[in-house]
Structure formats: C-alpha cells, structure tokens
Design a protein around this ligand. Sequence first.
Ligand code: SR1
Ligand code: MG
Length: 403
Amino acid sequence: MTTYHPLNEAEAIEIARTLDGVFTPGAELSCREIGDGNLNLVFHISDPASGSSIIMKQALPYAKVVGESWPLTLDRARIESEALILEGKLAPGLVPAVYLYDKELALTVMEDLSDHVIMRQGLINGGRYPLFADHISTFLAQSLFYTSDLGHNQQEKKLRMASFINPELCKITEDLIFDAPYTNADTNSFENAIRDEAEALWNDGELHLEVALLREKFLTQSQALLHGDLHTGSIFITTESTKVIDPEFAYYGPMGFDIGAVIANLLLNYAAREGRDSIESQREEYRAYLIDTIKDVWSQFHSKFLALWDAHGVDRLAAAAPGYKENYMQRLLQDTIGYAGCKMVRRIVGLAHVADIDKIEDAAARERAQRLALRIGKSLIKQGRQAASIDELIDTALSASTA
Ligand code: SR1
Ligand code: MG
C-alpha cells in the first residue's frame, strides 16, 4: 500500500497508467501541476497522441495558501469525491465525472475540463455565458432540494449527514467569513488605502448583530447538503456547459449560503468593472449583464425549487400548511442576501481575496472597486432579514455604485 505523501508529476503519471481504460498502454503521458487554489495539488495528465486526459487532485495535509503551519484534514478529499458523486446523480452533467478516489493518497481522479475556463477568469475577460443561470439554478435546486428534509427521506438524511460533518473545513468558513473580517484578526489582509473601511467593519455593532445571526445559522442549521464554497473559481464554464467543481467544504448547512456565494461572486465582478472597463458604456453594459444573470439565477432557482417541491415533496405538513412555502422561500431569499454580503466583505478584508479585484493594476481603480464591494456587501448583510424580493438586492448594488 502507498503511504500518504504529496505526489510529484512522475508519480502522478504512474498512477494514471494504472487507471482502467483511460490511456493506451505504453502511451507517452505528460503531466503538469496546475493547482492555483488555496488548498490542493492539481495534476493535468494527458496523452497528446490520443487526446485523452484526466485531472488528478490531491489534498495536502495543510492549507497551501498559508503553509504547513495550518494543518488541514486529508478527509476533505473523501468529502469532495463523495459530494461530487452525489451531485452528479442529483444534477447530471453539471459536475465532472469521478473516475477514482484513493483514500490513502487523498486523491481524486476526475474528468478533465480543459475545454472549459474557470468562470472567474471568464468573467474577468468579459465573457458572457447565456446558459449559466439555467445551469447553476438547476444545480442549486436539484442538489439542495433532494438533500433537504423537503425532498429526502428524513431518517436517511440524518444518516447521510454523518458522512458530511466536515468540522475543520467548516471552521475555516466560521473564522474567515463570519468572524475575522469583523475584528482586528491576524488572518485579515487588506490594503492600507482601505484601512478606514476595515476599521469601520470592526466597529459596526448593527453589522455585527446581522453577521452573528448568519453565523449562528451556519453553525446550527442542517437544511441541506451544501457545496460550501460555490464561488466562480469553483465553476468551469463555456457558452454551452457549466461544471461545478471543488465541493471539499460540503456539509449540511443553510441553503442560502450556496446561492449567496454565487450571487456574491457575480457582484464582486460587478464591483471589479471599476478597473476593468475603461469605457463607461461598456462597463455599464457588462454590469447590466451581471445584474440580469443574478436576477435569472434567483428567479429560475425559485421556480425550479418550487416545482420539485410540488412534484416530489416528502413532508406532508410542509406541503399542506397554508403559507409555509411562501414563508420558506422568503426566508431562503433573506439568507441568500445576507450570506452574499458576508461573502463579499471577506474577499476584500479577509485572508483569501479574488483576482477580479486584486489583479486590477491601477491602484485608484482597485481601491474604488474594493470600497464599492464593501458598500454592497455591508448593505446586503444589513438588509437581508427585511428583504422581500431579489429586486432589493439589485437596487442595493445599483445605488451603491452611484453613491
Ligand atoms: C484557508 S482556505 C481559504 C479559502 O479558500 C477556499 O476556497 C475557501 O473559500 C476558504 O475560505
Ligand atoms: Mg476550492
């Protein structure tokens, strides 16, 4: 048995050769380590002669973004592969196929998606993805409904929850999203130019109350199996296809956390247009595209989720109680808006940022984008509990950008 160690490219090739039916025996395989995320090694292995290729992802026993001083469980590779397999059943075609999971090496071998681009980079480049809202709303509706008490046998759900407890990865979220940005924490990272904004976050009691409520829900509400880190860097995309990757943060939590993550990352790109489109009309046109996409994601999710509930609901009272569905969907919208705000704030002052904004070269434009993202994020957090429609989130984004 091979004991755990981080693989090198030659070892990755040797493992790839053992996979059944993927590469021709004796083929000249090439391999590149392409991981640019915060946590893992990612090998791209291909046979240029046949065009066959795979991705091999290996968890490191620490958080790569910080180093060996931040140990991290290898069990996240199991969680990721089990979540991908389950999501592939619930939302066919919207996640990569998993070919192998090796527990000892914390290794997942999966479909290569090199014909796609990482959505974050696609959006930075001004790409438009007309099927994205349809695809991601299907992914969200199917994966959340069928793992919730509305769409899954409630005893089986409890048993499945045991496989997705994921305390170490949840703690990263609890600390980096729901705590550190709101105090002078060592893990925070922001530019001196916006120190006033960071200090304002540390001293805003009204904001702290809302974040504490959202944090409490993240800690305690096992509503459905979440992806847990559904930002645009966790989505591969083309104009025809969307594939959700990287569910290593999967756990049973509040659904709005996943939907909010998608919306937050569209809004982070919206804020980043400050430094990306020098012609104002182009900037506004692209922002309008992002806003339309956000509206479509929510409205399509809303109707697909309700259609699943009507057709496949397993909870008698939840279906029959007058007003319950409307109440449930309204609470879900409110959570979505609040979590979207938290996800924006953490990307500006917390440990892990987004390239949309960090890679803006012009310092003044970057600062404008950071301030705009914080204005939108804080407003969303504060308005979440009162919100009655997605239009309120849109109005917040629009009015923050003209303030
Ligand atoms: C230490 S990990 C930092 C961030 O990277 C992941 O993608 C998650 O968003 C996490 O919060
Ligand atoms: Mg990730």
